[in-house]
Design a protein around this ligand. Structure first.
Ligand code: F6R
Length: 256
């Protein structure tokens, strides 16, 4: 796992954006796994500003709320179109977001997995992290081998996400999310986390034991993970000075 600590979310996001630009330029038909949430907003703004060619890219979003329409302002469909897709020349047929209104949820989830496989798998999967260590919406105790399926949000995650809704009662209880097994199959996982409220989850995920109690800790099993943090999110990492040292000492060919 590579841990990149920067003074601010903006500085960390800029390097993450460079990494994505490089992939898109080297592989114009890459398959991207996308995330939503506050952490991604800056990154999508950066990517939009870079005016990249999205026409051949294929995207798969990690998750969507169950029971709200794609048109709902807080759906992840709306988020993606508002923050990214409407400002890029994406090809609609290549955009995939779980269907929160699917009548047959297990069948829709199996179909989502098939579409990821048919696209050749995910080249780069963007991830945020919940204060409880969730990635996608794989809440604590999710199977580390899980696939796309329905999950019930924890009361904490509903509370954390209430800031996007008019009231906490409006936050859905269920989501469809890629599983941890699905995420681990992507070829490169890129996790971003900013702010003090992520510090404990990050320390457990990076330096703690691999445990379903912190689903992000499963990333320790993945061979290529890059974690971008600001100082606040890195605050509880015991080896943070070492991660900084590693980043500073990188040979030129390894730099982003
Ligand atoms: C959203 C997702 C979630 C968020 C996480 C952090 O698609 O998969 O795991 O990344 O809840 O959300 P923010 O960035 O709002 O703190």
């Amino acid at each position: 796992m590579e841990i990149i600590i920067q003074p601010t979310p903006a500085a960390a996001t800029q390097i993450a954006a460079r990494l994505m630009v490089r992939l898109i330029q080297e592989k114009p038909a890459a398959v991207l796994g996308l995330a939503t949430g506050g952490t991604m907003e800056l990154l999508y703004r950066e990517l939009v500003a870079k005016k990249l060619d999205w026409s051949k890219l294929t995207t798969f979003n990690l998750d969507e709320y169950v029971g709200i329409s794609p048109m709902h302002p807080q759906s992840y469909h709306s988020f993606m179109w508002e923050k990214l897709f409407s400002h890029a020349n994406v090809s609609i047929k290549n955009v995939h977001i779980p269907d929160g209104l699917a009548k047959d949820v297990p069948a829709a989830c199996a179909h989502y997995e098939q579409k990821i496989s048919a696209a050749g798998g995910i080249d780069l999967q963007l991830l945020g992290i919940g204060t409880d260590g969730h990635i996608g919406f794989n809440e604590p105790t999710s199977s580390l081998a899980s696939r796309t399926r329905i999950k019930t949000l924890t009361p904490q995650t509903r509370k954390d996400n209430a800031r996007f809704f008019d009231s906490q009662e409006e936050v859905p209880y269920h989501v469809i999310t890629m599983g941890i097994g699905t995420i681990l199959e992507s070829r490169h996982c890129v996790l971003l986390a900013f702010g003090k409220n992520k510090a404990r989850a990050i320390a457990e995920a990076v330096e703690g034991p691999i445990t379903a109690m912190n689903p992000a800790s499963a990333l320790q099993l993945h061979r290529k993970v890059t974690v971008f943090l600001d100082e606040d999110a890195a605050a509880e990492l015991k080896m943070r000075d070492y991660y900084r040292w590693v980043f500073e000492q990188k040979p030129d060919w390894q730099k982003v």
